[in-house]
Design a protein around this ligand. Structure first.
Ligand code: HCB
Length: 217
């Protein structure tokens, strides 16, 4: 099977909620010598985007999305150990990762946390549905370190809290102590500029590159 066929298979197992098939396809991708990052970005994540579009068009409902998410998690069980082997740096900095308050979408967040960890960041994972107070507390606790916030928001509603995060950092006099990278499907560069964050990234691999760049500034 060609690499493109394996990528199509990864995509299709997500779209058809084929929980076992997805794990198998992930194993096939690794056996074919594909990088886990490629399998995720060009296979699994493409499937998740199709699922999102189908949900928006009312062609599928929440239970199907949950099954697709389960399929994705199954494939990630295979790919994550490989991702973690791609150690390229050490002592790069500390990344506080989280999903904004009111939002429980954690697939992208976990991918970003894994990729940052694999690139030498010490990870403080605050999890999902995280209030800004908790984020600010964590920044205070880690003040003095080379620090980056890597926050996710998958809904337009939770994305609004990113603005509040920046405002809260400024109010506490902490804005210059930490770099801020926000991501998630609704987040655009225009939004990042509007709220005064430092950067965004399209996917987990890019997030690692962007975070490393920010640490050098
Ligand atoms: Co959910 N959902 N959902 N959902 N969901 C979305 C997000 C919609 C866009 C679907 C749609 O309408 N088209 C929509 C939001 C609409 C909006 O606000 N504009 C939506 C909705 C409405 C909802 C509910 C409200 C539905 C309901 O209950 N009626 C509900 C909300 C629950 C809540 O959070 N309070 C809900 C629930 C669910 C689940 C539970 C069924 C499931 C989540 C399971 C889980 O995460 N454990 C789910 C899913 C899976 C999705 C979609 C289909 C896929 C999300 C996903 O995992 N993508 C999503 C559709 C979409 O996003 N287009 C849909 C794959 C990952 C790999 O991509 O974008 O998360 P990612 O992350 C990337 C990238 O953005 C970047 O790197 C990541 C890795 O490559 N990145 C960062 C992410 N974070 C970063 C941080 C950085 O610093 C840098 C880069």
């Amino acid at each position: 099977m060609s690499n493109q066929e394996i990528l199509d298979k990864l995509r299709d197992t997500i779209v058809t909620q084929n929980i076992n098939g997805c794990k198998e396809a992930a194993q096939e991708a690794l056996a074919a010598g594909m990088s886990p990052v490629e399998a995720i970005d060009k296979g699994l994540a493409v499937g998740m985007r199709i699922i999102g579009d189908k949900f928006e068009a009312a062609e599928i409902y929440l239970p199907q999305i949950m099954m697709s998410a389960k399929a994705m998690n199954n494939a990630m069980e295979v790919l994550k150990p490989e991702l973690e082997k791609v150690q390229v740096g050490e002592g790069t900095g500390t990344a506080i990762t989280f999903v904004q308050e009111g939002d429980i979408h954690d697939i992208g967040h976990r991918l970003v946390s894994t990729m940052l960890g694999a690139n030498g960041f010490q990870i403080i994972d605050l999890g999902v549905d995280v209030a800004n107070e908790k984020i600010i507390d964590e920044v205070k606790k880690n003040k003095g370190k080379k620090l980056i916030l890597a926050g996710s928001a998958l809904m337009t509603t939770s994305m609004m809290s990113q603005k509040d995060t920046i405002v809260a950092l400024k109010e506490e006099g902490l804005r210059d102590d930490v770099k801020v990278m926000f991501g998630g499907a609704p987040v655009s560069q225009a939004w990042i500029d509007e709220i005064g964050a430092d950067a965004t990234a399209e996917n987990a691999a890019e997030a690692a590159k962007v975070a490393l760049d920010l640490m050098r500034k």
